[in-house]
Design a protein around this ligand. Structure first.
Ligand SMILES: [Zn+2]
Length: 380
């Protein structure tokens, strides 16, 4: 099969992207232009390959979501975890997905009982906050009380969804800012209880940028048009991130785990400056391994510097995708594929992390930061 150089360049430079907005039949055209979505060159590069289906050490996934944990048979889940060498999974959706307080409590209690019955060493829950009646005078008192009870009953931390900042509204219809003072008692209480707050705020900056040929997340926005944002929908990326940082600043005694590396995995210099300003901020790597895998040298330097403050997370539960994480973290492989083109049309390189750093990222940091996890299955 031959392909004209001009069409190859066109595909590489996304010159044909604008035409994709109009639905076109996908036809392979050996001698003509090839569109970006269709272009899947088979690499001719011959280099050493180390495909890894199991992590080198048992690891803790601090960013997982299981929405059937209250009544599912969890033995199948444990078997899947075994195959990856996942020692422990943290289900951040401890209160399920219902906005109804009664339902969410039912889910929480059911999930705890199910974990207890199946394998309390292998599964842990974070709780969540219901912001629905944030206007009520005694909302904070009630929310703090529920939080305390949840922790007493077995929650190991608090997860804050990105809905805070994006679409949580008070009764007047105003957006509730991430740094809304009404929420301060929550962050303070987490500090007192010694539990971490895993917080996800905003989305990748590219979602706010024009959806054009220059946007790295063009394909993601095409496949998921509802992810497109504007500075008025509801506010700018910078505004949301600033609000989150205000919370870190105001609550130095509370430990935070910033989800998705705070959406600065593609700017480790910036993230480095934040790590210095907020000693109470840790980060987890869920859904951003493709950013690390395209800058293995800078990533390794960052991981060595902040080896005590980086945790392993994945977010979406697709067991086969963990292999990419293991390979980026553990190997020094070059130019290997990522599993989702809309996250990365580029290829991955391994960071070859030293064993001591790897152990910290895989489990030591989580065991230190999240209270009450069973340590017996993890090596020293
Ligand atoms: Zn998540």
């Amino acid at each position: 099969m031959t392909m004209r150089l001009s069409s190859l360049l066109a595909a590489c430079a996304f010159l044909s992207l604008t035409t994709l907005a109009v639905a076109q039949p996908k036809v392979s055209t050996p001698a003509g232009p090839i569109d970006f979505e269709e272009y899947e060159p088979v690499s001719t590069l011959k280099v050493a390959e180390h495909k890894i289906g199991r992590a080198k050490y048992p690891f803790i996934d601090v960013h997982n979501h299981q929405y059937q944990m209250d009544d599912a048979d969890l033995r199948g889940l444990i078997t899947q975890m075994d195959s990856l060498n996942m020692g422990l999974m943290v289900n951040l959706s401890g209160r399920g997905f219902s906005g109804n307080p009664g339902e969410s409590t039912k889910f929480f209690n059911g999930a705890l009982a199910n974990i207890q019955k199946t394998s309390p060493k292998r599964l842990a829950l974070f709780t969540n906050i219901n912001f629905a009646s944030v206007n009520d005078k005694d909302w904070a008192t009630q929310a703090v009380k529920t939080l305390e009870e949840d922790v007493k009953n077995g929650a190991k931390g608090l997860k804050i969804y990105k809905s805070l900042g994006f679409n949580v509204k008070d009764e007047k219809g105003n957006r509730v800012r991430v740094d809304d003072p009404r929420l301060d008692p929550i962050w303070t209480k987490c500090g007192e209880l010694g539990i971490p707050v895993l917080i996800h705020t905003a989305d990748p900056k590219s979602f706010w940028d024009p959806m054009d040929r220059y946007n790295e997340r063009w394909l993601e926005l095409k496949l998921h048009p509802n992810r497109k944002r504007a500075d008025t929908n509801p506010v700018s990326f910078e505004q949301l991130i600033a609000e989150q940082h205000n919370v870190f600043r105001r609550h130095p005694k509370t430990t935070f785990i910033n989800a998705h590396m705070g959406w600065y995995p593609n700017d480790l210099t910036k993230l480095d400056s934040l790590m210095r300003v907020f000693p109470n901020m840790n980060v987890e790597i869920g859904a951003v391994i493709a950013e690390l895998g395209r800058q293995p040298k800078a990533s390794r330097t960052f991981f060595e510097k902040y080896q005590d403050r980086i945790l392993f997370g994945k977010d979406s539960w697709v067991p086969s995708e963990y292999a990419t994480y293991f390979r980026v973290l553990e190997t020094d492989d070059e130019y290997f594929p990522y599993h989702k083109k809309y996250h990365a049309f580029w290829r991955m390189y391994g960071m070859a992390l030293p064993d001591e750093v790897l152990k910290k990222v895989y489990y030591k940091n989580a065991l230190r930061i999240i209270p009450g996890l069973d340590k017996s299955q993890f090596p020293n």
